[in-house]
Design a protein around this ligand. Sequence first.
Ligand SMILES: [Zn+2]
Length: 74
Amino acid sequence: MTCCDEMARAQTEEAIVQKEKYELADGRILNDVETEFFIRSANERGRVSYFGLNYCPFCGRPLSRGLWFAEKKK
Ligand SMILES: [Zn+2]
């Protein structure tokens, strides 16, 4: 289940992964967003980094749980 075709393609290419934080054992999470969507990047030494996403970078829809919870409280 994805918000748009570009997100689906990014997930196919593993540029963006949908996982729980505790499942990301092969790299470091470099920001603090309550989400299960992460941009995955690897440098030339093979070190993997993840950046949590609040919004889809393609269509702009909210992705993160943090935003969903904030929305519910309104
Ligand atoms: Zn999208």
